[in-house]
Design a protein. Structure first.
Length: 155
């Protein structure tokens, strides 16, 4: 009987221990940052994550502040309707914004700080990343026809 009571006591203590919530991934933190931007800035049209800067050394449980860097773009969904932005298409002439911020997991709840700036198309220096993104979009849109034209030209 004592063994049964001891086992029951141990089971009760283990069951009563608070469970630790899983640490968020980098993508989940960025999704939270975009949601935070849409709530705080309250733009007419909701913004959605366009591109993220990959983080190989991401450690969500780290005690220090971790930097965030990503781009967002305006969607066709009105922000006042509180849409699921992942279901919204980007506006063809939508505003692009480069965002940076910080994630700090040492507080309860974890803290995300975000600041975004418009990308001035006329004055900004187009980086390699932006060129890659534009080339990738071009080939997604015109890939097959371009491939046939190149094959006909060189073939």
């Amino acid at each position: 009987m004592e063994k049964f009571c001891a086992a029951l006591l141990i089971f009760g203590v283990v069951a009563a221990l608070p469970s630790v919530p899983p640490s968020p991934s980098y993508e989940e933190v960025l999704a939270s940052a975009v949601d935070l931007y849409n709530q705080k800035e309250n733009p007419q049209y909701a913004f959605r994550l366009l591109e993220l800067e990959p983080k190989a050394d991401w450690d969500p449980s780290a005690q220090d502040i971790q930097p965030l860097k990503f781009s967002i773009k305006e969607t066709v969904c009105l922000n006042s309707e509180k849409p699921d932005v992942n279901q919204c298409d980007f506006k063809e002439d939508g505003v692009d914004k480069d965002c940076s911020g910080f994630y700090y997991a040492n507080q309860s709840p974890a803290t995300v700080i975000v600041q975004c700036e418009n990308v001035d198309q006329a004055l900004s220096r187009i980086t390699r990343r932006r060129w890659r993104r534009r080339i990738r979009r071009f080939f997604k849109k015109h890939g097959v026809s371009v491939a046939f034209t190149v094959a006909r030209f060189f073939g």
